[in-house]
Design a protein around this ligand. Structure first.
Ligand SMILES: [Zn+2]
Length: 101
């Protein structure tokens, strides 16, 4: 009698865990699909304005910049130029900026 009850209880527990696991997996799948979509969208609009090749993010002085994989042109988002130049007034970039700007 007791064994039967235990078995039933065990079966119920298994059922519960299977259900939980399934829900977790479903959530994970949705999350992964969402992330893949976001990165695909990003990859799609991150194109070199000059030659149309995809841009690749790279770090320059702790700032993320986008560099073309083909012509090595660098694309800066709004404010990133100031961030790069403003980091050090004596930097080549700041001097270049003041001379030409
Ligand atoms: Zn390019």
């Amino acid at each position: 009698m007791a064994n039967k009850w235990d078995e039933r209880k065990k079966a119920k527990e298994d059922e519960y865990f299977v259900k939980q696991e399934r829900e977790l997996l479903a959530k994970l799948k949705v999350k992964q699909e969402g992330e893949a979509k976001v990165s695909a969208q990003k990859a799609c609009y991150m194109k070199c304005p000059k030659c149309g090749e995809p841009l690749k993010e790279r770090k320059f002085q702790k700032i993320l910049i986008d560099q073309c994989t083909a012509c090595n042109g660098i694309w800066l988002d709004a404010g990133e130029m100031e961030q790069v130049a403003g980091r050090d007034n004596e930097s080549w970039l700041a001097r270049f900026w003041m001379k030409n700007g």
